[in-house]
Design a protein around this ligand. Structure first.
Ligand code: MSP
Length: 639
């Protein structure tokens, strides 16, 4: 068995400040890293920031900063948060690091020399937000990105391609042979379906912007920068020194790449293919979690429904929050964040089941035995309970190795239930009355042992809280005690119990009453509200003019599109393709005045050129076009 574990989080885009989704991935990875360290594995835990690409270039420009200045600022915010959250990463990589860039260039060169990269031309629908091209067949209504729903742009450019198609069979073999390559297994089929659908070669360079890694000097093609996903995925090996001194490469292959479901395909298809091309081993697991939602909707800044992880941790306690994130949602599924759910977990699981149990042990040991518990009779009196506990504990490691943290905690809590029930059933106060002191002492020792094992097993999720439990019981949490009391199921014969203040005071009401106001305030303070504060000059870059619809017809085979001719008082009418067919018939549009964004780069929708965009508002009742309140001259600017 390998004695090392290499665990990674995705590297976070610096176009956004950290939110609960980012915290979730990082906390799972951190818990895993802490677990494996406690088990004695030589563990390397990597996180960092993804700083290149058009999206970042544009976000920086919006704020009047250079991409590097902007990336420095946001990357520092991620690092600061992870430090405040005591995330135990071993390395924080930035894709603007010199060594990373060198490693990426080296990898490109190797793939190129092998014949896996060639030069060609690309034309396709590109989503800037996802930094990805999508075939027409995958677009929503022939225009919108299937992942994020935003409008795609047609991009045509000279590009280098990676021969992804060449690896189709080997990828399918990988999924077949490595049963647990994708975790949870339920996510595997969608990847297989995607690959079976046929893999096209992947465009891996761009010429339309600058903010990216240049091609290696040996290829000498300065127009191109690398596709951000190629650059980003390679972080998992450049962080180990790939292409440089390689001093950490013994950690490769990764044991767990933690990823959200939106980036599974990049990790389960492109990444293994790149690695095959480089002749490197495959990662062991791509562990895929679901999304945190708010009232059923994915959190995003533009919807204004993001939960700031720092606010939650400050209000409810960092470790309670960690427990909640891991316990609340089965790994791989989506989960809805609410204060109510968080409070229930804290009051019920942590307060009632765990905290009260500790209080009972402290109370009873003080009352009956002056805080000294010494017994080697636990097995003699409580064999059945011990066997049950042993059985549950023996199944826990497998749950961690599959990243099933929710199940792990659920099972772990079963041993607390056994402990709580044993107290009620054997009633130590009666045993004492009946002068069965040995039995009463053994019962308290049973409970204290269950608590000790719980503290050891829960330590990766709640490091400080469990240290406090260990301190109250008089033992230390370390690798040696994990081996003895969990792996080998030894019992502690002696406890010197200490009184400690309650670990989980009851929460009576939501502690983040002002959360949404505060969130908005902090967003405004950072001038990032809605991610799109602009200056008046920037606003005036958008030219909006009033025009009159003079022709309107349906676009065949499209559910949503109409083709219009709009008179803007120019030398000829504009042709505009608009997604309004479900709301307006061609006849009712004729003669109507509309507002047109007139200086938008023309785009093609279903192969038809569109030379502007019509403004509309959409709510639950449907879509309505924006029209001046009285008829104005065609071409009148809107300001
Ligand atoms: N930069 C890429 C990853 C490159 S890895 C080689 C990226 N970055 S990201 O910042 O957009 O997202 C990082 C992670 O956060 C992803 O795993 C994503 O799934 C996760 N989350 C972002 N929003 C989320 C929720 N609302 N809920 C849970 N996790 C989600 O993708």
């Amino acid at each position: 068995m390998s004695s090392k574990k290499y665990i990674t989080t995705p590297i976070y885009y610096v176009n956004d400040v950290p939110h609960i989704g980012h915290a979730y991935t990082t906390i799972i990875a951190d818990s895993a890293a802490r677990y494996f360290r406690l088990k004695g594995y030589d563990t390397f835990f990597l996180t960092g920031t993804d700083e290149h690409g058009q999206k970042i270039e544009e976000a920086a420009k919006k704020r009047g900063k250079s991409p590097k200045e902007y990336a420095d600022e946001i990357s520092a915010k991620f690092k600061k948060l992870w430090d405040e959250f005591e995330i135990s990463y071993d390395k924080f990589i930035r894709t603007t690091d010199e060594e990373h860039i060198k490693g990426v260039q080296k990898a490109f060169e190797i793939m190129y020399n092998k014949g896996d990269i060639y030069k060609g031309e690309y034309e396709g629908h590109y989503c800037i937000s996802c930094e990805a091209f999508f075939p027409e067949s995958q677009l929503i209504d022939n225009e919108f990105c299937p992942d994020c729903g935003k409008a795609t742009r047609i991009v045509k450019e000279e590009s280098y391609f990676f021969r992804l198609s060449k690896y189709q069979d080997r990828l399918l073999e990988l999924y077949k042979n490595e049963e647990e390559f994708i975790l949870p297994k339920s996510k595997k089929n969608e990847v297989i379906r995607f690959v079976e659908g046929g893999l096209e070669d992947l465009s891996i360079t761009r010429t339309s912007f600058d903010w990216g890694v240049k091609l290696p000097p040996s290829i000498n093609d300065p127009k191109h920068v690398m596709y951000v996903w190629l650059d980003a995925l390679l972080n998992y090996i450049t962080a180990l020194g790939y292409g440089g001194d390689e001093h950490l490469m013994h950690y490769w292959p990764a044991d767990y790449h933690l990823v959200g479901k939106d980036i599974l395909r990049f990790h389960a298809v492109y990444w293994p293919a790149f690695l095959m091309s480089l002749g490197l081993d495959m990662p062991k697991h791509i562990a895929t979690h679901g999304w945190w939602t708010r009232n059923g909707e994915k959190m995003s800044k533009s919807k204004g429904n993001v939960v700031d992880p720092k606010t939650v941790a400050d209000a409810y306690g960092l470790e309670n929050f960690r427990y909640f994130l891991l316990r609340e949602v089965p790994f791989g599924q989506d989960g809805d964040f609410s204060q109510k759910a968080l409070i229930d977990r804290i009051n019920s699981d942590l307060g009632n089941d765990l905290g009260n149990l500790l209080n009972r042990v402290i109370g009873m040991s003080g009352k009956y035995f002056d805080f000294n518990i010494k017994s080697s009779d636990v097995e003699r009196y409580y064999k059945d309970e011990l066997n049950e506990v042993k059985k549950i504990i023996s199944g826990l490691d497998e749950l961690v190795t599959k990243m099933r943290w929710h199940k792990f905690l659920e099972e772990l809590w079963k041993i607390l239930t056994i402990a709580n029930k044993s107290i009620d059933r054997y009633a130590p106060w009666n045993l004492m009355k009946e002068q069965k002191e040995e039995e009463a002492m053994a019962l308290i020792a049973l409970i204290a042992n269950i608590l000790a094992k719980t503290a050891l097993l829960l330590h990766p999720v709640m490091p400080k809280t469990t240290e406090k439990i260990a301190d109250a019981l008089g033992f230390k949490i370390d690798e040696a005690s994990f081996k003895r009391f969990v792996d080998d199921f030894e019992m502690l014969d002696e406890f010197k119990i200490k009184k400690v203040p309650p670990l989980f005071p009851k929460i009576e009401e939501p502690l983040m009453k002002e959360a949404s106001k505060e969130e908005k305030k902090s967003v405004l303070d950072n001038k990032t509200f809605e991610d799109n504060i602009i200056t008046i000059d920037e606003f005036f870059k958008v030219q909006i003019k009033v025009g009159t619809v003079i022709e309107a017809e349906e676009v065949k085979k499209s559910k949503k599109l109409l083709k219009l001719k709009v008179d803007l008082n120019e030398e000829r009418p504009r042709q505009i393709v608009a997604g309004i067919k479900e709301h307006y018939s061609p006849a009712e549009l004729l003669g109507m005045q509309v507002c047109v964004v007139s200086n938008l780069l023309p785009a093609k929708l279903m192969g038809i050129k569109s030379e502007g965009m019509i403004l509309a508002a959409k709510d639950e009742e449907g879509l309505t076009l924006i029209s001046p309140q009285r008829k104005v001259k065609e071409g009148t600017p809107v300001k």
